[in-house]
Design a protein around this ligand. Structure first.
Ligand code: PEP
Length: 271
């Protein structure tokens, strides 16, 4: 049974002075069973958020990490610097691909670094609107997944808890979303690449999240799809009420999965 994950990407919002308060409000609004909650604030707010949610079962992630261990990289942040502050990391977000020129090859190096450093990676992929209009969305995303995972073996990716976030670029911050059916089709396409380049076990175990203008009102359209395992939430993740609705809906899916999982175990629960 794959876990249900709701990850909050706060982007370049909050300061160390106000991030803890927001994290506490979100924690209080999202106490639901069975859902992995992750907050990814800006680097400078990581410590405030970590302290604020220390007893809340909320995990903390960074929004990026450098691919080298250390060196002459002015303004960058290494995996070692994140130790004790974050246990997750978002990689290859489309805003970094757009603004920092990140390529699949670079994301691949960041992914290797994250895995070697014990940071659980959320690798972002997603097509442009022109790709979807041209009918090439699945091919584009499949190429991104292949590029991001190149040379990494299935066991390492499984052990590192790889998560993929499917985020159509045209849906991020626009108020537009993919349909649940399109997102589910993309999730299936992603899993078939994971099976080819990794293993069937990797494909089965890897959570695939949907991201792109997710709100409490529309998250159900995605979470009703068995192949979608949660959401990467941007704008709405800054609003405790929205997060309350999103995580409450995610808990419904997590509970349903737990019931199916229990029913599929052999009677007697033998070891
Ligand atoms: C994101 O930042 O990953 C995202 C999906 O943003 P939004 O929810 O605002 O579209």
């Amino acid at each position: 049974m794959r876990p249900v994950v709701i990850a909050a990407n706060w982007k370049m919002h909050t300061t160390p002075a106000d991030a803890g308060e927001l994290a506490v409000a979100i924690a209080g609004a999202t106490r639901q069973p069975g859902v992995i909650r992750v907050i990814c604030p800006p680097y400078l707010s990581l410590d405030a958020v970590r302290r604020a949610v220390a007893d809340e079962g909320i995990e903390v992630g960074a929004q990026n990490v450098h691919h080298e261990a250390s060196g002459a990289f002015t303004g960058e942040v290494s995996a070692a610097m994140l130790a004790g502050l974050a246990t997750w990391v978002i990689l290859g977000h489309s805003e970094r691909r757009r603004d920092a020129g990140e390529t699949d090859a670079l994301v691949n190096r960041k992914l290797a670094r994250a895995l070697a450093s014990g940071l659980r990676p959320i690798v972002c992929v997603g097509e442009q609107l022109a790709d979807r209009d041209a009918g090439t969305a699945e091919a584009v995303v499949a190429d991104q997944v292949r590029g991001c995972l190149a040379g990494l073996d299935a066991e390492t990716l499984l052990a590192g808890g790889l998560v993929i976030a499917y985020e159509p670029v045209w849906a991020i911050g626009t108020g537009r979303t993919a349909s649940g059916a399109d997102a589910a089709a993309m999730s299936a396409a992603i899993r078939s690449v994971l099976a080819q380049v990794g293993s069937p076990a990797l494909a089965e175990a890897t959570p695939v999240l949907y991201g792109g203008s997710v709100t409490a009102a529309n998250v159900g359209e995605f979470l009703i799809e068995p192949s979608i395992d949660g959401a990467l939430v941007g704008g709405a993740s800054l609003k405790p009420d929205e997060m309350a609705g999103i995580v409450a809906r995610a808990a419904v899916t997590a509970t349903a999965r737990a019931v199916v999982d229990a029913a599929s175990r052999p009677a007697g629960g033998g070891a």
